[in-house]
Write a protein that binds this ligand. Sequence first.
Ligand code: F6P
Length: 560
Amino acid sequence: MNPSAPSSALRSSSAWQALEAHRHELMGSHLRQLFAEDPQRFQRFSAEAAGILLDYSKNRITARTIELLLALAEQRSVLALAQAMACGERINNTENRAVLHLALRNRANTPIAVDGRDVMPEVNAVLGRMAEFVAAVHEGRWRGHGGQSITDVVNIGIGGSDLGPRMVCEALTPYARPGLNLHFLSNVDGGYQRDILRRLDPARTLFIVASKTFTTSETLTNARTARAWLLAALGEEAAVARHFVAVTTNVAAAAQFGLPEANLFPFWDWVGGRYSLWSAIGLPIALALGMERFEELLAGAHAMDRHFLEAEPARNLPLLLGLLGVWYGDFLGAASHAVVPYDQYLRLLPAYLQQLDMESNGKRVTRDGQAVDYATGPILWGTTGTDGQHAYFQLLHQGTQLVPVDFIAAARPHHELTEHHRLLLANCLAQSEALMRGKSAAEVEAELHAQGLTGEALAALLPHRVFPGNRPSNTLLVEQLTPATLGALIALYEHKVFVQAAVWGINAYDQWGVELGKQLARTIAEELAGEAPVQGHDASTAGLIARCRRLWPALSMAKG
Ligand code: F6P
């Protein structure tokens, strides 16, 4: 990013320039003061859709800020581009692909065409096959090779083929069907696989090999080891077809793995990996919760899609969230964004959103290849509250970095421990209030006085006890975390990412940045198994390869 004179069309645009000027106007104001001046601030800066209330009043904004941000969105044709996406245009220009995760949850079943061909019949056919398969497993009609019913399902996948279903299965634990245990195997770390397999009975275990490309080395290595483990226990090659299914766009490669076509659940190149939980990649969700719950998840996302495509800009949740992110990243210097769910079952949401946001918008050139001169995607991070409060919230309150926070909470829990939930909610609301209000020097002084402190002792402590406040946050509140509200929440973040990419003029749907490391890893894996001195690396990498070989000579026997 180059903070100097604008060279890009975006930074030179009238909307951007107006926001620059507005930033200076707002510089002196504090959120405390903005709340004091406007008793309607909550009503003014909150909006609701698909069961989600977005309170964005605790942001460093005025009505003018929103007006200017909406003008920027208008100038960047954000909502027009969203229509283009929804109509199946090939907006993923570097891969020449449509971007149609919306079709996967298009519960209205209206035709959506890619190159003139309606994709909905295929989408519905796969959903139908998923429903049949899930019912067969649940009813004990799908049995293992030895005739036993399935008790454990292991999803083998990584990135988008892991994080989505893993996060949703955990988030919706209260809806889990009894009798089927779900496991997720992503990392190629052998210890991780060994620990999972050790707990399983091969005769009752079903593996789902989930890989959009069916070329990802971690997934294929894990799948091969699982296959060998199964065959060692069950003896016959025919067992593979009863214990392995695959979800992929590369049906030929999955067939080569030894799976009959009936065991393959396809999806399409117009589904990005990190947008794929709505496809058959969601099979673990349907198995864990039942197909009806999976369809409720789709319906919630669809409701958010309709909202995004139809709601007026000033009430449009994804548009507002995306624009607020642009405001902080590009005008107020925030380099990161925290997501803090006050729900232990949403533990994996930050990790899921990390891939969604950072793999989508971690880009440094525009769609037509020009280097950007503004900040694009932020570092997204977070953990659950209240745990985070006892770890990194100190920095949020008194550190030198500006970190906007999304607080996420459900008003109604899935349990009867009301006292716990009251405390959980109270903490969530208290944190956003504390970040916003802070504690002034005068307030601290009065407090210390009341405790009997005066003079030098008071003066020495005072600066440490002051909270500057004016720290922004959104609060996303749902009545209860149901499959539908979770679907809507995920779709909200997907569209937020879309909005930002559209403003920045970048392609959110490719991920070339992960390729280089993959290529190098292939070469280095070969070299770790060899003995000859390595060539073509820098001294650091070559030195480390040599040291690893020396420390564990068995590496040379591990050639796959
Ligand atoms: O990390 C890169 C990536 O391509 C992600 O985009 C994707 O979700 C993940 O790898 C897994 O890919 P696949 O589903 O093809 O195995």
